[in-house]
Design a protein around this ligand. Structure first.
Ligand code: NIG
Ligand code: FE
Length: 413
């Protein structure tokens, strides 16, 4: 079954880099006007401009006219907590009334609130809730996603969460990567026995996760009041022994030392980066670790936005993602993330689109499969609303710029 998509107004993201984009390279978003794309067996089988279309249209099983559309690779959302039991709008009101994220966490809210609810929710129910969210994210243009555990915080509940993610992987039309985030917060019973909880992660959780193939990455919330750099280092080294690559939360609430410990352990990405001093910027830019910025989290918590321009200019490789979770970023909308990256972090539309596609793919080790328009990659495509200029996409924030989504060569509506 071969599909010809022809007369595409603009085909965006026609590239296949071997390494993440940096510096001025991030603003290069190769495009073809009046283009065609051939899709076969769910993958991109050919592309070019209409004047070079080699084949006779009769050889295609289906032809789709795309003269109305900008066609982009689907978004790669490389940081989410999509599996959770319940939303937390009551804490949202606490935040409006003036409580800080740290104050809410200290009074047993926040992550511990989500953990309590998740422990009480059945595996099937968690799966159903997560599946619906995943479908909704796909309709907004997400075509690859990373999902973390970390709302279990007991051996049993962390394994349950990871099994839910594994089941999502099995049934999902889009690729999913799983991160084990047992070190998300200290459970109440371990409040004065940090070493006891770390031992439970190292001795009970990690061996079972590895034996059952439940995770691709190990994540730690490296932050004052959560896991310090020495604890993070210990956890990442143990994760590596079990074949898990680090991908961590760093510098969300302060300059935590998370960037340094992540880079020293060869992290695939260090995520958040709201607080970056010169040392942490230089550490990141001199490494192959990707800095993943989460602007909808900064928006929701009224935190400073990560210094995207400084990071780009220092040569760091950056990506952007939603951080979708019930506490600090209750949105899985990558279109909003792209808009915020432009309006609040002064990223150019081309930089933001690269950061949300190919850079996110690198941050999930999925760059061979998704993240750009290249022969051999999945035909995971966004067809935008009619627009003359791609800058309209981040400019028209709050509007859904996605008209149709194709996953593995199949329209999702
Ligand atoms: O990425 N920072 C730590 N974890 C999440 C928040 C989790 C929560 O509040 O439930 C985040 O922002
Ligand atoms: Fe997060």
């Amino acid at each position: 079954m071969a599909l010809l998509i022809r007369n595409i107004q603009q085909l965006v993201g026609v590239q296949d880099p071997n390494v993440p984009l940096r510096n001025k390279g991030l603003s290069v978003l190769p495009q073809r006007s009046n283009a065609y794309l051939i899709v076969e067996a769910g993958k991109i089988a050919g592309l070019g401009t209409m004047d070079s279309l080699p084949a006779d249209p009769a050889q295609f099983d289906a032809i789709f006219e795309a003269d109305q559309y900008q066609v982009l690779p689907t978004w790669c959302d490389s940081h989410t907590h999509l599996v959770f039991a319940a939303t937390r709008e009551e804490e949202f009101v606490d935040k409006i009334l003036g409580l800080s994220y740290a104050e809410i966490a200290a009074k047993g809210g926040g992550i511990l609130n989500s953990a309590r609810k998740l422990q009480e929710t059945s595996e099937d129910e968690l799966y159903e809730l997560a599946w619906k969210r995943l479908q909704a994210a796909i309709r907004l243009g997400t075509g690859a996603i990373e999902i973390k555990s970390g709302y279990g915080l007991t051996v049993e509940a962390e394994l349950k969460m990871l099994r839910v993610i594994k089941r999502l992987k099995l049934h999902s039309p889009i690729p999913i990567k799983a991160s084990f985030l047992g070190a998300h917060a200290y459970p109440i019973e371990y409040r004065s026995d940090h070493d006891g909880y770390i031992r439970s992660i190292l001795e009970e959780m990690l061996p079972q996760i590895a034996a059952q193939g439940l995770a691709d990455y190990i994540d730690v919330f490296c932050e004052d009041g959560f896991f310090n750099p020495a604890e993070t280092d210990r956890l990442l080294k143990a994760g590596a022994v079990h074949g898990l690559t680090p991908k961590i939360h760093a510098n969300q609430l302060g300059v935590s030392g998370g960037v340094e410990v992540g880079v020293a352990n060869g992290a695939r990405s260090v995520d958040h980066l709201e607080y970056m001093d010169e040392g942490s910027i230089n550490c990141l830019s001199g490494s192959s670790t990707i800095g993943t910025l989460l602007p909808s989290c900064a928006l929701f918590l009224r935190s400073p936005y990560p210094p995207a321009r400084k990071l780009i200019e220092s040569g760091a490789a950056i990506a952007i993602a939603t951080d979708y979770n019930p506490g600090s970023s209750p949105s899985f909308n990558m279109n909003l993330v792209v808009a915020l990256a432009c309006s609040q972090m002064r990223m150019l539309p081309e930089e933001a689109i690269n950061a949300a596609t190919i850079q996110g793919a690198f941050a999930m080790d999925l760059q061979k499969e998704v993240g750009s328009i290249a022969v051999g990659k999945r035909a995971n495509l966004i067809f935008t609303k009619p627009m003359n200029n791609l800058a309209y996409l981040p400019y028209s924030f709050g509007e859904n710029p996605v008209q149709r989504v194709m996953i593995n060569g199949v329209f999702q509506d």
